[in-house]
Design a protein around this ligand. Sequence first.
Ligand code: WT7
Length: 631
Amino acid sequence: MIFPSEKTIEESYVPDYEKLYAQVKEDPEAFWANIAKELSWFKLWNKVIAWDYPYARWFVGGQTNIVYNALDRYQKTPIADKLAYIWEGQDGTVRKYTYRQLNEEVCRLANGLKSLGLKKGDKVSIYLPRIMEQIIAMLACAKIGLVHSVVFSGFSIEALKNRIIDAEAKTVICADGYPYKDKVIECKKNVDEAIKDLPQVEHVIIAKRAGNQITTNPGRDIWWDELITKQDTICSTEIMEATDPLFILYTSGSTGKPKGVIHSHGGYQVGTYLTLKWVFDIRSDDIWFCTADAGWITGHSYIVYGPLLNGITTFVYESVPDYPDRGKWWSLVEKYKVTKFYTAPTAIRSLMRYGDEWPKKYDLSSLKILGSVGEPINPEAWLWYYKTIGREQCPLIDTWWQTETGMFMLTPLPSSPLKPGSCNKPFFGVEADVVDANGKPVPVDTQGYLVIKTPWPSMLMDVYKNPKKYLETYFENEALNINKNNEASFSNFLYFTGDSAKKDKDGYFWIVGRNDDVIKVSGHRLGSAELESAFVAHPAVAEAAVIGKPHEIKGESIKAFVILKHGQQPTDTLKEELKKQVRTLIGPIATPDEIVFIDKLPKTRSGKIMRRVLKAQELGQPLGDTSTLEQ
Ligand code: WT7
């Protein structure tokens, strides 16, 4: 155990976790209601929480808008002149926005969107790289009640297209292109391809970043700058019900099609506001650097909404950690005097490999708290991060959460004793446990299903257009023999996370990994079935099975077992083609590491591929229950 200093404990918002945890457990509704009152509401709620199995609705009857709390309420206070963002481009360009300037840009775009005829409830797909327009676009949508669906800029044409179709987006916001290391990624081309047969998309708004040549479709396409040039810097903020949707964010699950996770204005703002504040001990002079991209939930919650709700300054770097050189991030920490730094284990492991000389070149003494997210962090990487980056003086916060949870769920606080590799204990108002297939808690240090036993304010609202999927994934998951029809009472609440974990004798949680067919590659969430469909779309492929395999840097790597159609030759050229195919259909993050050609896949008698058996064989582990295996 690593204990925090007396000073850290004394100065933190919550010096005694156990005491407050027990207190909140007695009355979580009162706790969350009090926190919610720290934010502004057009109308207060009638009910803090309503449970209508399988939906928890927070702050019912309340009216608010997350953008009111993120921007509007500061405009007549000194925060208006404080920096909301400092952005640095890969080429060294710096852009700074005070809360006032950010608000003006958001208003101009919001007015621009209105001028295109967009109305409350309409969906907008945002396919932008890590530039300020990405953040401005999200806020402009939310301000006027449009539902944003951000698609990570690394996703390919097909992935983008499917997300635009599912979200029924009428407008797409993109860039001309963007620099990525020494290349220019021509992302507008992807948009043109993706929507060429989609009449639903009436407008494409193009932000200028790379200045590359693009083709524009008159009547449909409009430059961002032209759209906003005549727009007013004042725009009224739409009054939203607390339970109105704020965004849809697609994430992979166990089936081929990504799920559209919906989050609300009301509950989501309360959850992200408080978790960031207490977990990273947010103070008004903080310089916050979260290395994620707003294309993922980490960026939504902790680059955009959480930091703005706390009125702090966020630093954003456009590019990757090791470009132009391997010390880039550390140089940025020094240059901007970053105080709180939040990143993913993959990045830590690769930067650790480059050696201590890179961080040693820079003054990292501004850092006060370090964070990690996205996948389990191995103790070796944890210790390196803690010692070399944190000089053994910064609490290292390993936050466990999900796209669906919207906010940190299992996490240390700055005042918590730490165990390298453990994500510590549940946040206030959150009850978590590790259970067996019958929902019974397993003994100490035993692996089981990680479940959440209480609803929390930023819990997903639903899966867009697929309530059945919502029910069957999170509440009536086939892995559990319980939880069916657990109707009205909260005492039966059991949210299935899809993760396996252990709890130790001190009540600390240790995440083992996913127990469904989700693969975590460099912290990115991919579904086996999604990858398999990309393989099968190739004319030479008859069948494919994909598994995740432990990988030293990336956490997991992708291995594919492919059965070719009769007469196809298993050549290296074909392997390369297949890799390319997956990159084209999903994106570079999904590039398979290994492909093997085989003749037969282990299947159940009903014909389902048993990936579990393939994985056990691959790792030389016992095969487990194979009674359903077809011989
Ligand atoms: C899955 C959710 C939440 C932001 C980024 C990922 C894994 C997340 C941790 C952690 C071990 C973690 C889980 C989870 N995960 N954080 N601190 N330790 N595993 O969001 O893409 O929705 O993925 O990421 O497996 O279920 P996501």
